[in-house]
Design a protein around this ligand. Structure first.
Ligand code: NHR
Ligand code: GAR
Length: 214
């Protein structure tokens, strides 16, 4: 049984998608939030999952916050740590501690639009396609090895909310898939820094494009 700790900051719909996927051979050991008011905590508690709050505001700096966060995580000795809408940048020391077992989902087609407000920036840039990326976390923000991406069209009449919703629906498909691959031991980071998915044709079904009409 692989044990997973999920970190959230807000709504927690990606966490919910992973919980609902009920991936065989996995157990969601805990959901940890840096915000006491994160909506995701209620869903986790209602599903019998242990919840913890590590409030970044009560810690003097990022190093102290990350130490408290690591303590909360390590209490569950997880095989995998999943950032699901987690909104605090993590220190190098934290990232090193969980190297190779720390995943993030970012709401853009990385390396385009790292950082925040990705949907607004995609609209401003006038790109025709946008999407989401699951990647291993490294000390380079939003730059870690890519596991899976999903592409969505950008429509002429899109606003930030409409585009975000279209991307989010794809996030809910690709994040459980990435977790499934990880727990099945099928993900490896090559010497070239790229992710290989064992048993999938190169580059694997790591990309998905919903039909333009959809
Ligand atoms: N930490 C490291 N070291 N590397 C990554 O790739 C990380 C990370 C921590 C979080 C998620 C990321 C995203 O997918 C993530 C990737 C928060 C910020 C941010 O600027 C940026 C990127 C991401 C998450 N956070 C502000 C901060 O000062 C706070 C913003 C807020 O609280 O609303 O930490 O987009
Ligand atoms: C998701 O779109 C996720 O990709 C994004 O925030 C949303 C969280 O939704 N993550 C980031 O922007 C990280 N900086 P959720 O809480 O419902 O999963």
């Amino acid at each position: 049984m692989k044990s997973i700790v999920i970190l959230v900051s807000g709504r927690g719909s990606n966490m919910e998608a992973i919980v609902r996927a009920a991936i065989p051979g996995t157990r969601i050991a805990a959901v940890v939030s840096n915000r006491p008011d994160a909506q995701g905590l209620a869903f986790a508690a209602a599903h019998g999952i242990a919840t913890r709050v590590v409030d970044h505001r009560v810690h003097a700096d990022r190093v102290a916050f990350d130490a408290a966060l690591a303590e909360a995580i390590d209490a569950h000795a997880p095989d995998l740590v999943v950032l699901a809408g987690f909104m605090r940048i993590l220190t190098d020391g934290f990232v090193r501690r969980y190297a190779g077992r720390l995943l993030n989902i970012h709401p853009s087609l990385l390396p385009s639009f790292p950082g925040l407000h990705t949907h607004r920036r995609a609209l401003e840039a006038g790109v025709r396609v946008h999407g989401a990326t699951v990647h291993f976390v490294t000390d380079q923000l939003d730059c870690g090895p890519v596991v899976i991406q999903a592409v969505v069209p950008v429509r002429a009449d899109d606003d930030e909310a409409a585009l975000a919703a279209r991307v989010l629906a794809q996030e809910h498909r690709i994040y459980p898939q990435a977790v499934r691959w990880f727990v099945a031991g099928r993900l490896a980071i090559g010497a070239d820094g790229r992710v290989r998915v064992a048993g999938e044709a190169d580059p694997g079904p790591g990309w998905t494009v919903p039909p333009l009409g959809g």
